[in-house]
Design a protein around this ligand. Structure first.
Ligand code: C2E
Ligand code: MG
Ligand code: MG
Ligand code: MG
Length: 292
């Protein structure tokens, strides 16, 4: 009986492994089709300054699969990382984002807006990453100084060879780097100073506890003051309430992103938001149609 039940357990386990594997193959297959079939689009989430004025957006990839419906990035990005499919997906994202930035060149009220794009480890590690990004950016005709690339904090811990050099090469063409999800990982914050970041993005997990949770508050304050010391701009993610916003402004945070200011939205809605936003203040040169 023991042998029988052991065998049954083994068969069951093998069955699960098989289901897992063929499910993985199914995902890979669907992702491949998604890449070929233009099933991705970008959502734009607003970023604002301390007065609530729109300063830019983060571009976030969205996948609508005919078979699976809307699949969130938290589900397919890790898989795409493993299979290497993140490389063509990442190229598509960067091309689409640069095309949008270039389009804003001809649109009033947009000259001050920046656009952030997430870069994954596998993408960053491609031998031709720097040349590829340079090509995409240059061909798009966008204003490269308004493009931000985000790397996550966990990448600092990976000790990637010539990470700083790669980053610097792209700084040299004029774009800027932001460190995403700061505080979510375990990297030494000293590592920050070794890389040419211009911004840090405080992880949502700290923002969530504000203003009541004292340890969140202390950590947020410490990260913002570290950012100040290193002359980095602080961005807060996951801002959902007025209280969190007020608390972060008081702590010296400069840029804010979260449901309080807008969920990730399609480009038509984002363009409508731009159109309804108050004009950029004098000093930030805004091409074309000056108000009378
Ligand atoms: P992330 O780069 O940290 O992006 C912020 C995530 O937080 C987004 O989730 C956004 O919708 C969500 N978020 C924004 N404000 C709030 C808020 O107030 N409350 C809450 N609860 N959530 C908020 P999303 O779009 O599901 O993306 C998840 C992650 O997937 C991203 O985290 C990023 O790491 C990755 N990702 C998204 N798009 C891309 C992409 O094009 N390329 C790569 N490599 N990764 C991407
Ligand atoms: Mg991000
Ligand atoms: Mg983030
Ligand atoms: Mg995140």
């Amino acid at each position: 009986v023991n042998t029988v039940s052991a065998l049954a357990a083994l068969v069951f386990t093998l069955g699960l492994m098989h289901a897992d594997l063929s499910d993985r193959r199914g995902w890979e297959h669907d992702l491949r089709r998604a890449i070929a079939g233009a099933e991705f689009r970008l959502a734009y989430q607003p970023q604002v300054d301390h007065s609530g004025r729109l300063v830019g957006a983060e571009a976030l990839v969205r996948w609508h699969s005919p078979q699976r419906g809307d699949v969130p990035p938290s589900q397919f990005i890790p898989l795409a990382e493993e299979t290497g499919q993140i490389v063509p997906i990442g190229d598509w994202v960067l091309r689409a984002a640069c095309a949008q930035l270039a389009q804003w060149n001809a649109q009033p009220g947009t000259a001050h807006l920046t656009l952030s794009v997430n870069i994954s480890v596998a993408q960053f590690l491609q031998p031709d990453f720097v040349r590829n990004v340079t090509d995409i950016v240059t061909r798009s005709g966008c204003d490269v100084s308004r493009l931000k690339l985000e790397l996550t904090e966990s990448m600092l811990a990976e000790n990637m060879p010539d990470m700083a050099a790669r980053m610097q090469a792209l700084c040299d063409i004029g774009l800027v780097w932001a460190l995403d999800d700061l505080g979510a990982g375990y990297s030494s914050l000293q590592a920050l100073s070794r890389f040419p970041f211009a911004q840090i993005k405080l992880d949502q997990s700290f923002v969530r506890g504000l203003p009541a949770d004292e340890s969140s508050l202390h950590i947020v304050e410490a990260m913002i003051s570290l950012a100040d010391t290193l002359s980095l701009v602080s961005v807060a993610e996951g801002v959902e309430t007025q209280e969190q916003f007020r608390c972060l402004v008081e702590a010296g945070c400069q840029v804010f992103q979260g449901y309080l200011f807008g969920r990730p939205m399609d480009i038509d809605r984002f363009d409508a938001l731009i159109a309804s936003a108050p004009d950029a203040p004098a000093g930030s040169a805004d091409g074309g149609d000056a108000p009378h």
